[in-house]
Ligand binder design. Structure first.
Ligand SMILES: N[C@@H](CCC[C@H](N)C(=O)O)C(=O)O
Length: 278
């Protein structure tokens, strides 16, 4: 099976061109290729597929094999792959995801390859039923107290098609993400688990973020998570509608626009291609 390794701000996936390859067991394949010692090494697997409703369709599988609805860093790389590898050569294209059909704008660099992509990530979904999380179905969870192992955090929960929990901390570099992240991912409040983001506010327009991803552990960036952080900043009065997010693997620009949709702009990078015989 031919594959291409790509990343968006360090959030890396193995990409398979589903126009050519049809993997039989994508869940199992995701677990095997993602292994950083015995596989290719990645945060998961993304299949680029034909669509009857959009230019392309993508499916994303986390490193543990679970399928997610959406991947913000991944969808930018799908757009880059489509342009650079000649699947669709248009500067505006649509991608069908588990979170709906998204529109993307592609920005080529001097060598005519795509360097940066802007994605309309759609409208955030804010009720507990939409996340999903326990509690009154039509209520939001904004700065609510969440008890974890005897400690109480203030959590704001936002769905960008997939579920996110945003926690503000004073010093994100020193925060024990690998200890607290999995406890919140598997907390009884979240029947489908959740992605968890620890955020330090630098100013109303800038934050530093570290992420514990559902099904993948700590990653270097999360695009849907950065979108949720932008929304959480506005909902809690901590941030403007336009936000620069610093992540361990790079930077993302977010805007919760007046039309209600969240726009994300960031890099997309191809690392190498190969053949998987596992
Ligand atoms: N890294 C992604 C999100 C990938 C899926 C997530 N782990 C989930 O299970 O919802 C991003 O860039 O958005």
């Amino acid at each position: 099976m031919k594959f291409t390794k790509m990343h968006g701000a360090g959030n890396d996936y193995v990409y398979v061109n589903g126009f050519v390859e049809q993997p039989e067991d994508p869940e199992g394949l995701a677990r095997r290729v993602s292994d950083r010692h015995f596989g290719i090494g990645s945060d998961g697997l993304i299949l680029i597929l034909p669509s009857e409703r959009a230019d392309l369709r993508m499916r994303i599988f986390n490193a543990d094999g679970s399928e997610a609805q959406m991947c913000g860093n991944g969808v930018r790389c799908v757009a880059k792959y489509a342009w650079d590898h000649g699947l669709v050569r248009r500067q505006e294209l649509t991608v069908e995801t588990g979170a709906g059909i998204l529109t993307l704008q592609l920005f080529p660099g001097a060598d005519e390859r795509i360097e940066r992509v802007r994605v309309n990530m759609g409208t955030p979904r804010l009720t507990r039923a939409e996340l999903p999380m326990t509690g009154a179905a039509d209520h939001r969870a904004v700065d609510v107290e969440l008890a974890v192992n005897g400690e109480v955090f203030r959590a704001t929960c936002v769905s960008m098609g997939n579920p996110h929990c945003v926690i503000y901390v004073d010093d994100v570099e020193r925060f024990p993400v690998a200890d607290v992240g999995p406890l919140i991912e598997h907390h009884a409040w979240f029947p489908e688990r959740i992605n968890v983001h620890f955020v330090q506010v630098l100013s109303a327009t800038e934050v530093r973020q570290r992420t514990w991803e559902r099904g993948a552990g700590e990653t270097l960036a999360c695009g849907t998570g950065a979108a949720a952080v932008c929304v959480a900043g506005v909902l809690t009065g901590r941030g403007d509608r336009s936000l620069l997010v610093h992540l361990p693997g790079g930077e993302l620009r977010l805007e919760w626009a007046a039309d209600g949709d969240v726009y994300m702009t960031g890099p997309a990078t191809e690392v190498f291609s190969g053949e998987w015989r596992g």
